[in-house]
Design a protein around this ligand. Structure first.
Ligand code: FAD
Ligand code: NAP
Length: 308
């Protein structure tokens, strides 16, 4: 019979939440595996400067990710590439499928975060990578001296829009209401930036071009006026959806797909925890993902010692 390696804890996702959970479980001597479908860091890799992580007045997202990864691996956690597609229950064990591989664990921490919501307008898919982007840090430098259009009114649109002013000739932020959702400190900074202008109460109808983006068509939702303006790039920041499809059968999500936990990060399934952005919560930040990860790591330790 095939010999199974059984982990104490498998952590799915290596963003700030997953890496913190791994730090706590491996430091508590639990046999820990992190499974990650990309590279370590999660959304930190798409973030320019982080100014609200204690201990670092300002640090670049990728640098913070690298530090967290080194911290998470220092007590012997294992790390493997894998996109998890299923978690099943087999007695005391959780059976985790990632590609053609199967992993076994007594406890699982789900730390898969969320993904960028699509705007779903004509031209968005067609020009993705040819003027349409969801990541200023990754693509900003391609838009030197171009007129840049940013869609959204939350922290991401306003913060990343401000970041893009170092590349673009100008940055125009379009929002569907007349008030931003973003934190006040980010709003104030954007309002004070001469390169940024705002278009209020407007939604994008179409992104147009030849081989790449050349213009955007938007409609004022109050007056009905439709305008087409030339832009060389479009950055879309209209929110996030949870990456949680693979747990559908476990019945631990709300209607929108966010995973529901108690304050101990426990889901409705014994031994399955969820942390960070994938969880139903009010504040999705690096600090709160890290806090969730610490709690889940400690709770996983208690769960395993109580059940062994
Ligand atoms: P993530 O960071 O999203 O990590 C999830 C990981 O899980 C990813 O690596 C992903 O590849 C992996 N994964 C997903 N599905 C699977 C699967 N099926 N199998 C295996 N692996 C999987 N917060 C701040 O505090 N300060 C900021 O300045 C800030 N700036 C931001 C800027 C932007 C543009 C965005 C989008 C967010 C920003 N945030 C900021 C929010 C912050 O990045 C998140 O709250 C935080 O990264 C959440 O951490 P997480 O570990 O829950 O998830
Ligand atoms: P968000 O807070 O959900 O904001 C999404 C924005 O897009 C909202 O302003 C929303 O408008 C708008 N929107 C949604 N659907 C739209 C549509 N179909 N058409 C046009 N506009 C649409 O998402 P986010 O800004 O990506 O932030 C996600 C999380 O990351 C948040 O928790 C945020 O705090 C965090 N984050 C933090 C920082 C930081 O701390 N510095 C930076 C970035 C992100 P309405 O306002 O009308 O709903």
């Amino acid at each position: 019979m095939e010999e199974r390696t059984i982990y104490d804890v498998v952590i799915i996702g290596s963003g700030p939440g997953g890496m913190t959970a791994a730090l706590y479980t491996s430091r508590a001597n639990l046999k820990t595996l992190i499974l990650e479908k990309g590279v370590p860091g999660g959304e930190l890799l798409n973030t320019s400067d982080v100014e609200n992580y204690p201990g670092f007045p300002t640090i670049s997202g990728p640098e913070l990710a690298d530090n967290m990864y080194k911290g998470a691996m220092q007590f012997g956690a294992e790390y493997a590439y894998g996109q998890v597609s299923k978690i099943e229950l087999e007695g005391d064990l959780k059976v985790i499928t990632a590609g053609k591989k199967t992993y076994y664990a007594y406890a699982v921490v789900i730390a898969t975060g969320s993904y960028h919501r699509k705007l779903e307008v004509p031209g968005e898919e067609e020009y993705a990578g040819r003027g349409v982007s969801y990541c200023a840090v990754c693509d900003g430098a391609f838009f030197k001296d171009k007129k840049i259009f940013v869609i959204g009114g939350g922290d991401s649109a306003v913060e990343e829009g401000t970041y893009l002013t170092q590349f673009g000739k100008s940055v125009t932020i379009v929002h569907r209401r007349d008030q931003l959702r973003a934190q006040k400190v980010l709003q104030d900074r954007a309002f004070a930036n001469e390169k940024i202008s705002f278009i209020w109460d407007s939604v994008v109808k179409e992104i147009k071009g030849e081989n790449r983006v050349e213009s955007v068509v938007f409609e004022n939702v109050k007056t009905g006026q439709v305008t087409e303006q030339a832009f060389g790039g479009v950055f879309i920041y209209v929110g996030l959806d949870p990456l949680s499809d693979f747990v559908k059968e476990l019945n631990i999500q709300d209607q929108a797909g966010w995973i529901v936990t108690d304050s101990h990060m426990k889901t409705a399934v014994d031994g399955i925890f969820a942390v960070g952005d994938v969880r139903l919560k009010d504040l999705r930040q690096v600090t709160t993902a890290v806090g969730d990860g610490a709690i889940a790591g400690q709770e996983a330790y208690k769960f395993i010692t109580e059940h062994s």
